[in-house]
Design a protein. Structure first.
Length: 128
């Protein structure tokens, strides 16, 4: 998977993805937690990939390219970007305020990491 991301032209996104995957492969729970934070950071950075556009326009372009003109897939990918953004904002992943929802089971980190990674892995195949 790491070599899959070597095609990402934007160095910051590429580095975050490599770091997240390396942490995910580390067999301890604190590294697993850190890997989820890094993959969410990569998602947020990916959303600003097209620097000549604002963040919302950049995400829209990514989704347009991913959907290949299909309204159904555009709706699916838009919902997934929004859901992952909401997860990152409400759970203690990237933000650590006292009002964030704790990840109560270490196994949830696997789910969260892989869900976010799946969207990113697909999206980067459509970046120009």
């Amino acid at each position: 998977m790491e070599s899959h991301f070597s095609t990402v032209k934007e160095k910051g996104t590429r580095d975050l993805l490599k770091d997240a995957i390396a942490l995910y492969k580390t067999p301890n729970s604190s590294a697993r937690q850190d890997s989820v934070e890094k993959i969410w950071d990569a998602l947020e950075r990916l959303k600003t990939y097209y620097t000549l556009l604002n963040k919302k326009e950049s995400v829209t372009k990514i989704i347009e390219d991913m959907s290949g003109g299909s309204d159904e897939f555009k709706e699916l990918f838009n919902a997934e970007f929004k859901t992952l953004t909401d997860i990152g904002n409400h759970y203690r992943i990237r933000h650590h305020e006292t009002n964030k929802i704790d990840i109560i089971d270490d196994k949830y980190y696997d789910y969260l990491f892989n869900r976010c990674l799946s969207l990113i892995a697909l999206a980067v195949q459509y970046l120009q």
